[in-house]
Write a protein that binds this ligand. Structure first.
Ligand code: NI
Ligand code: MN
Length: 225
């Protein structure tokens, strides 16, 4: 499996055959590594409805025909646009030909695209046997450990480190301890001034204080697992 960081919280998981696109905020994202017109997708997964995650979801879904998985209230509004959806709630797992996706808690706020308050989530993804945990937008909370321990060990965790809207890089080190992944990729930083942070400092702390290896990926950069 190849993981491509697209900037901010957006990532693409691919095995060359299936493209799983997560939180495709590309238009208006100063760090976007690809345009909404070009990005491939067989399925789109959303952590929550905030604009910096929802982004170009509807446009990409319409162009590619990819269905969208999002928490019930966000999925309902996407379905009203004529897009095929999966609408789990927290604790729910959706099965795909290539694996499965479980929605787990994240501590944050959120709204639907139309502005109704809704619940944010993290995503635990089994992509052909590789386990990816996208924490979404969240602060540090101890049940990250519970969410990460209910199946096979986490191969790669996508962890927000920018602070201000989510946990900062110091709390994120403790989150990595809780989730205990083999690899961690920092996300949700340096896109805008309030979330600028020292990703190399995070990497140093992670690799000193936990057993995870930290991959600081520039937008557009790939990592193969
Ligand atoms: Ni958010
Ligand atoms: Mn966000």
């Amino acid at each position: 499996m190849e993981l491509r960081y697209l900037g901010h919280s957006a990532v693409l998981l691919s095995d060359g055959e299936t493209d799983v696109l997560i939180d495709p905020f590309l238009s208006g994202n100063p760090k976007a590594a690809i345009s909404a017109e070009e990005v491939p997708a067989d399925v789109i997964l959303l952590t929550h409805g905030h604009g910096d995650h929802f982004g170009d979801t509807v446009e990409i879904a319409k162009r590619t025909g990819a269905p969208v998985l999002a928490i019930k209230e966000v999925a309902d509004e996407i379905a009203a646009e004529g897009v095929e959806v999966f609408d789990p709630n927290l604790g729910g797992t959706v099965m795909f030909e290539w694996g499965r996706v479980k929605l787990v808690p994240a501590w944050h706020t959120s709204t639907t695209p139309k502005g109704t308050p809704s619940t944010p989530a993290g995503l635990v993804i089994d992509f052909r046997g590789t386990i990816v945990y996208h924490l979404g937008d969240t602060c540090l909370f101890s049940d990250l450990k519970l969410a990460a321990s209910r199946g096979n060990p986490i191969d790669i965790a996508l962890v927000p480190i920018g602070g201000h809207y989510t946990m900062d890089r110091f709390d994120a080190v403790t989150a990595v301890e809780f989730v205990a992944p083999k690899f961690v990729v920092p996300v949700h930083y340096d896109t805008f001034p309030p979330i600028e942070t020292d990703a190399q400092g995070f990497k140093r702390d992670v690799e000193t204080e936990t057993s995870a290896k930290c991959l600081v990926l520039a937008p557009g950069e790939n990592h193969s697992l």
